[in-house]
Ligand binder design. Structure first.
Ligand SMILES: O=C(O)c1ccc(O)c(O)c1
Ligand SMILES: [Mg+2]
Length: 620
């Protein structure tokens, strides 16, 4: 279907917005009236610019507070409408959105509202314009799309139809299935927005927290399928009022927006009973595991020291590049010193195992995701890869599933994995999850990248209190949990370390051996253990073990989670986890303990006190 976007979604001047929408690949835009009012370009100039850019101007909006008024007000409302229709004509726009009355309605009567819309329809028709009536979720009397359709139907005017906006329908919990009862040619416009599941007044929710499709809690695929099944043939248009997007980079947001729409149409097209008007892209191919994680630094020595303390094995130096490999079981950490001058250790990329990398690449291309480039030499394996919105590189491996990947052979002069593989002795077995921290601007886009390109799903988001503010977290995971990424929004300006979590079957043994090799884990305070005893009623021996090794603990209905963190190395740390039983949640109660402990270590390091030390030899 054709794609469109309301100018209110973006930052910048009206011209900036038009350029960005055209470059991103939208077919059209909705002109949000306040954007025109503040512009120094005439409607004719805006129309000419859109023409030049190949953008159609699909909708002029909003016209407010029209229906359900006393007779004396109606005349003034028609006068206002005449002016707005004239402006729409100058823009070359054929459809004007009229949203349901919020402020001046005094007559709660469908027949009266229908008669008034009929008058408006006559006036619109004189201007060659159609009126799309939209029920705002907070409308005075009309706050349900079924009622706005009843009134438009009763108006019985060819220039009067409805605008369906997913926000107003889903925010009120109204069943969108009724859309299929509206004739497609009376649906004059469709606006799409997702939203997080919040409990708040609906107007504030709508004006500040809307999200692009795929980033919130709603099933917009089903919504679009209803619209398509009704026979709607107009554009699918995004109308997302959001405080962050309105201040973010215009072009980047426009690309992000279009990606959400392409993803959504594909999703709707895949639902049973979807009509052929909905377009598909290449299939999603959900990753089946981590191939490797990549750490970059000018000097990777400190990271390697910690990997050694954690019992991992040095597997060798790359044949041609300053890149080294450590592994344990099915976990591989690639340490890259290429082009990393002055860079502190940080997480630079992840390798994922997929069934068919070409399919994922096709899908990523359809979603306009930037490919990552990697220089490969003769004899090295090429891998398809992309740059995720947070800057993380994601590479795909569809070979050697189940075995050690063939690219490991490019590393020389290290130790063999067998027979001394530490994983067989309870050591690190695999990468459990990867935790990436980024700024507020990149977050929703990163979530959409993971859902749309990788096909990961989103359990409910969480937030944890840290000493510098709330850290919001969104886990992205495959159904079987073999790929989990946690996307964290750090409070303004604070950069929390990313972390790589490695899973083992005996965290106490790994902690014990690491300590003997000089690792001092993040210092968990005694108060935490008092709290654990109160919360879980742990027996004295278990509690003593946890306390001795400064382990964190959680319990769910289906299992337990034991874990600890290494100190920060640059912008990175490692976590060692053990899952007991079928523990499958996220130990969110432990995050504030980690954040506070990391902060104490950072302060101690800044002050030069020994409690921050990574290496052994010092006692606490
Ligand atoms: O918030 C509003 O007033 C508003 C205006 C126009 C719309 O299309 C809408 O969905 C909301
Ligand atoms: Mg709307």
């Amino acid at each position: 279907m054709r794609t469109s976007i309301a100018t209110v979604c973006l930052s910048g001047s009206l011209e900036d917005k038009l350029y960005a929408c055209a470059d991103a690949g939208f077919d059209g835009v909705e002109i949000f009236e306040p954007d025109l009012v503040v512009s120094d370009r005439s409607p004719e100039e805006i129309r000419a610019l859109a023409d030049r850019l190949g953008l159609s101007l699909d909708l002029y909006q909003p016209f407010r507070d029209f229906e359900g008024v006393a007779p004396d007000l109606l005349e003034d409302n028609l006068r206002r409408a005449r002016e707005r229709f004239a402006t729409a004509r100058r823009l070359g726009i054929g459809t004007v959105l009229v949203c349901s009355n919020v402020a001046t309605a005094t007559v709660d009567d469908d027949e009266v509202s229908a008669a008034q819309l009929r008058r408006l329809g006559d006036l619109a028709a004189e201007h060659g314009i159609r009126v799309a009536f939209e029920a705002l979720a907070w409308g005075r009397f009309v706050d349900d799309y079924r009622r706005s359709w009843r009134i438009a139907e009763r108006a019985g005017h060819e220039a009067v139809g409805v605008c369906l906006d997913s926000f107003h329908i889903l925010a009120r919990g109204h069943d969108p299935a009724g859309i299929e009862e509206i004739p497609g040619d009376k649906i004059f416009f469709v606006q799409l927005a997702d939203a997080p599941a919040l409990t708040m007044d609906v107007l504030s929710w709508s004006r500040h927290h809307r999200l692009f499709p795929g980033e919130g809690a709603w099933d917009l695929g089903a919504f679009v399928r209803h619209v398509a099944r009704a026979g709607y043939g107009g554009p699918l248009s995004l109308e997302v009022f959001n405080d962050v997007f309105r201040q973010a980079d215009t072009r980047r947001t426009a690309e992000h927006a279009l990606r959400s729409l392409v993803w959504l149409e594909d999703r709707a097209a895949r639902l049973p009973g979807s009509p052929p008007t909905l377009q598909r892209i290449a299939d999603p191919d959900v990753p089946t595991g981590f191939d490797y994680v990549e750490v970059k630094a000018e000097d990777t020595g400190d990271v390697e020291a910690v990997l050694g303390q954690l019992g991992m094995t040095f597997r060798g130096q790359h044949r041609t590049k300053p890149v080294r490999l450590w592994s344990s079981g099915d976990s591989r950490v690639v340490l890259n010193e290429q082009h990393a001058r002055d860079e502190a250790p940080h997480l630079a990329g992840v390798g994922l195992r997929v069934t068919d990398a070409a399919v994922v690449s096709d899908r990523a291309r359809a979603l306009a995701v930037s490919p990552a480039s990697r220089r490969t030499q003769a004899g090295e394996l090429e891998m398809a890869g992309f740059v995720a919105p947070s800057g993380l590189e994601v590479f795909l491996n569809d070979r050697d599933l189940g075995d050690e990947p063939a690219w490991v052979a490019e590393f020389e002069h290290g130790h063999a994995a067998d027979p001394s593989d530490p994983a067989s002795g309870g050591g690190v077995r695999a990468v459990d999850h990867v935790n990436v921290s980024h700024g507020r601007d990149a977050h929703d886009e990163a979530v959409l990248f993971c859902t749309s390109v990788l096909g990961l799903r989103t359990p409910p988001a969480t937030e944890a209190a840290g000493p510098h503010g709330l850290v919001r977290s969104q886990v992205m995971r495959s159904d079987d949990g073999r790929v989990r990424l946690s996307l964290n929004v750090a409070p303004g300006g604070v950069r929390h370390p990313d972390h790589v979590a490695l899973v083992c079957d005996d965290v106490v043994a790994v902690a014990q051996r690491a300590r003997e090799r000089g690792l001092r884990p993040v210092p968990v305070p005694d108060n935490y253990y008092d709290d654990l005893r109160a919360r879980f009623g742990l027996d004295g021996q278990v509690l003593a073990t946890l306390r001795e090794h400064r382990l964190l603990f959680d319990r769910s209905a289906s299992g337990e989670f034991w874990h600890f963190y290494t100190p920060r190395i640059g912008r990175l740390c490692f976590e060692i986890v053990q899952r007991v039983g079928d523990y499958d949640v996220y130990a969110t109660d432990n995050t504030p303990v980690l954040l506070a402990a990391q902060d104490r270590m950072d302060r101690a390091a800044a002050a030069g006190t020994p409690t921050a030390g990574r290496s052994g030899g010092r006692s606490s």
